[in-house]
Design a protein around this ligand. Structure first.
Ligand SMILES: [Zn+2]
Length: 325
């Protein structure tokens, strides 16, 4: 049977519904906060309100991509999921961000044997995520299981530490059947990432390459998609990088080239100003519902058919995130 592993339990894979394939609702700490306070999103009530806005816009499932060592907060996410029980599903991830979030000499990613780290990731998927997100020597498992695996790479570089995390991800995938969802930096190294995953026995068709809109090059996308991997476009509403229409027109081109089964969508809000509920004190902002209320209409406007939109929002996430149990 094929299932989707949500943090409140497994559901049949065809019940995933409209899915934001890369996002964030809670981030309680981690190195990114040091770069910018806007990365701190630690309020359960705001997260619930934000998830409810997304559900009200037609959303059903949100894939929350906070990995080990980057402020993942399993207990708070369980609170959010429970508040919306029966209305929406939340998936969470195990695994790692790009290498600069971990000490290359002293982090457990650096010092522990690759198979032992994979065992820790596998346990988060089959037993339950660690309450402490492996921040120390005490492991206390929650009831919430991870539903996918994360890894990350640097800008035009896959560091030695990142190659190790990719190997961990591939081993974990072989054991669990879970998808690997990748942080690509500015969309670079996608072909090399797929190469590393294949080399270690993982599957391109169960690999999602996120943030690819940062390298808006349709011929590069075609090369990547020919490997069988999935591309995630996860950044509408960031016109400082490019208008939504440019992403939408690129998606139309890919759909016309026959790749509509290999594209998924997300918002990757990731920062306080991208989540309307967190911004209420300051003013009125668009939240994660923007994907459905504003970006999908642009897709339609440029000529992407509803059947392709359904694939990108529902059926492709159902297939790539499904686990055989
Ligand atoms: Zn993200």
């Amino acid at each position: 049977m094929k299932i989707i592993r949500t943090i409140l339990g497994d559901i049949p894979y065809n019940e995933i519904g409209i899915t934001d394939s890369h996002d964030h609702l809670i981030r309680s700490g981690g190195p990114e906060i040091g770069l910018d306070k806007a990365f701190l999103m630690d309020d359960v009530n705001s997260a619930i309100e934000e998830f409810e806005r997304y559900i009200a816009a037609g959303g059903k499932t949100m894939v929350c991509m906070d990995p080990i060592g980057c402020g993942r907060n399993v207990a708070k996410m369980i609170e959010v999921a429970n508040a919306c029980r029966g209305k929406g599903h939340i998936m969470m991830t195990t695994g790692f961000q790009k290498g600069n979030n971990y000490c290359p000499n002293t982090s457990f990613l650096a010092t522990v044997d690759v198979n032992k780290i994979a065992d820790l990731m596998i346990a988060e998927i089959v037993e339950g995520m660690d309450y402490h997100s492996y921040n120390g020597p005490v492991i206390e498992r929650t009831t919430a299981k991870a539903g996918l695996i994360k890894a990350g790479t640097s800008y035009r570089l896959i560091t030695n530490l990142e190659q190790k995390a990719l190997k961990v991800a591939a081993i974990t995938q072989k054991e669990t059947g879970c998808a690997i969802s990748m942080h690509t930096d500015f969309g670079t190294m996608a072909l090399e990432i797929v190469g590393e995953i294949k080399k270690n026995g993982g599957l391109p068709e169960k690999t999602v390459l996120c943030h690819m809109q940062r390298n808006l090059d349709k011929y590069y996308y075609r090369q990547v998609l020919e490997t069988g991997a999935i591309i995630c476009f996860d950044e509408p509403n960031k016109p400082q990088y490019r208008p939504d229409a440019v992403i939408a027109e690129t998606i139309l081109w890919l759909v016309e080239q026959g790749y509509e089964k290999q594209i998924v969508l997300g918002m990757d809000g990731g920062r306080m100003e991208a989540l309307a509920a967190y911004m209420e004190e300051k003013g009125k902002a668009n939240g994660l519902e923007y994907l459905l209320t504003r970006f999908v209409p642009v897709l339609k406007e440029v000529g992407v058919k509803q059947s392709a939109i359904d694939n990108m929002l529902i059926y492709n996430p159902a297939n790539v995130f499904a686990i055989e149990v």
